[in-house]
Design a protein around this ligand. Structure first.
Ligand code: UDP
Length: 239
């Protein structure tokens, strides 16, 4: 089963909202378990998986700022939220017998490892899922940018961005019934059309370093495995 895969190392980005399930806030353990199962299938066929999880289910700097908090403080809270999500995901993975590590861009001795690129690559090579938390460690960035950054750093072959929709559409398909899905887009198209796929910093970074991004729907069972085997679920963004 290891022969028939197209990608050996991927970076999967999950948004925080993805973890909250039916609730409006927080973490739904049922969703975590489901995701651990999907990720476990990848590990099972020998794919090395790096993971970046957002924090939008708990805190977002921009939203806190709109409510009156200092923006940088809000971003720090958002980054800490991603560490909590990472801990919850590690717990779910380990309960499913999938070895995993959490690394943080912000040192947090005794809780998680500090991010170290060479160590991360060694863990990946050993078949451990590496969860990169605390975003980039800097305010004013997003976890989309962190996912692309880490993906490029650890030499993943593809960034997979899980969303609620099954790809990138000409308009929001929830609001516009005439919206159609793109199978492929160039970085420039994604930037120019401002389709809201990913933040522009993340797309620019990928363009600069030729990192392909596939946007897909995670809650389609088996989609992840299909994609690493060369399936064309969702939308591929590349040169
Ligand atoms: N954040 C940050 N720097 C980073 C990554 C994240 O300051 O490099 C903060 C920012 O406030 C952001 C929050 O963490 O709103 C949560 O991340 P994000 O909004 O990307 O989460 P998602 O939408 O993917 O759940």
């Amino acid at each position: 089963p290891t022969k028939d895969k197209k990608y050996k190392r991927i970076l999967l980005k999950l948004s925080g909202e993805e973890l909250m399930g039916e609730e409006g806030f927080g973490i739904d353990p049922k969703v975590l378990d489901k995701m651990a199962l999907e990720i476990g299938q990848l590990v099972g066929i020998g794919v090395q998986v790096g993971l970046v999880i957002g924090g939008g289910n708990l805190f977002r700097g921009a939203a806190l700022n709109a409510a009156g908090l200092d923006r940088v403080t809000g971003d720090h809270m958002g980054m800490l939220a991603t560490v909590m999500n990472a801990l919850a995901m590690r717990d779910a993975l380990e309960r499913s017998n999938i070895s995993s590590r959490v690394m943080s861009a912000i040192p947090m001795s005794g809780v998680v490892d500090h991010y170290d690129r060479r160590k991360a690559i060694r863990f990946l090579e050993a078949g451990e899922v590496v969860i990169f938390s605390a975003g980039t460690g800097n305010p004013f960035f997003t976890t989309d940018s962190a996912a692309c950054l880490r993906g490029i750093e650890v030499e993943a072959e593809l960034v997979l961005k899980a969303t609620k929709v099954d790809g990138v559409y000409t308009a929001d398909p929830m609001k516009d019934p005439t919206a159609t899905k793109y199978d492929e887009l160039t970085y420039d198209e994604a930037l120019e059309k401002k389709l809201g796929v990913m933040d522009l910093t993340a797309i620019c970074l990928c363009r600069e370093h030729d990192m392909p991004v596939r946007v897909f729907r995670m809650d389609q069972a088996g989609a992840l495995v299909s994609i690493v085997r060369g399936g064309n679920e969702g939308t591929l963004i590349q040169e």
